[in-house]
Design a protein around this ligand. Structure first.
Ligand code: MG
Length: 231
């Protein structure tokens, strides 16, 4: 294999980085909150980007002024995943972002280990990526089930990479690819490198300001994307 000596762990965010899922996830999330807490608060204006699913639940319920209940929050996320599994396959607007598949193939060819680092709960991540045929690229990951803090999700993803591969990844062996300032910051405590992609809400400059080692407009130039990630 060409250059198969890259001891690199590349951890991908999902929404705005690998895929866009259209309006279905938000609609399903809203219904799940209404069915549990009786309200979804100001969900229509709420920015989800870069936040974990449990944190979004907490913010919306606080904003609605409704009493917090762990059991209801857990049930809301369960209803959300069930609704997503039913309704996302029929979402016409969902798509893989440009260049993602050639990039994942290119990184694998070069011996990089791929994983997920996402604010989605694991079952939600699975529904999203399976509906677009991407789930099997990622044998492990860190998910919102691990923590509501993205930095702790990063730690969990790196631990799983070690368990999966038997290797040890630290500092610049770890590359985090994402579309928000949250993604750029979440691996700082690990000394990880962050690579931004401006296919979400944040422009390149904002991602660089948040500490990205490199930031790209999109991932469609495979050679450029691979080299930004691996060098
Ligand atoms: Mg994202």
């Amino acid at each position: 294999m060409p250059g198969n000596n890259n001891h690199r762990l590349v951890l991908f965010d999902i929404d705005g980085t690998l895929v866009r899922c259209g309006p279905t996830p938000r609609r399903v999330f809203k219904r799940a909150l209404e069915q549990t807490f009786g309200t979804a608060g100001p969900i229509d204006e709420w920015i989800f980007d870069g936040k974990t699913d449990p944190l979004i639940v907490r913010e919306l319920i606080e904003a609605a002024g409704v009493d917090w209940d762990d059991r209801l929050a857990e049930m809301a996320l369960k209803l959300y995943v069930e609704g997503l599994a039913r309704e996302l396959p029929g979402e016409a607007a969902k798509r893989i972002l440009p260049g993602v598949v050639p990039l994942l193939e290119g990184l694998r060819e070069r011996g990089a280990l791929l994983g997920l680092l996402t604010g989605n709960v694991r079952d939600g991540a699975r529904v999203k990526l399976e509906s677009l045929g991407l789930w099997d690229y990622f044998p492990f990951g860190g998910f919102a089930d691990d923590s509501h803090l993205r930095s702790e999700i990063a730690t969990a993803a790196v631990r799983r990479a070690g368990e999966f591969s038997g290797g040890r990844f630290a500092g610049k062996d770890i590359v985090i690819v994402g579309d928000t300032p949250h993604d750029m910051r979440c691996g700082r405590h690990l000394g990880a490198k962050a690579v931004g992609v401006a296919t979400g809400r944040s422009p390149v400059e904002e991602l660089m300001d948040a500490g990205a080692g490199a930031a790209l407009g999109n991932l469609s130039d495979t050679e450029q994307a691979v080299s930004s990630i691996l060098t």
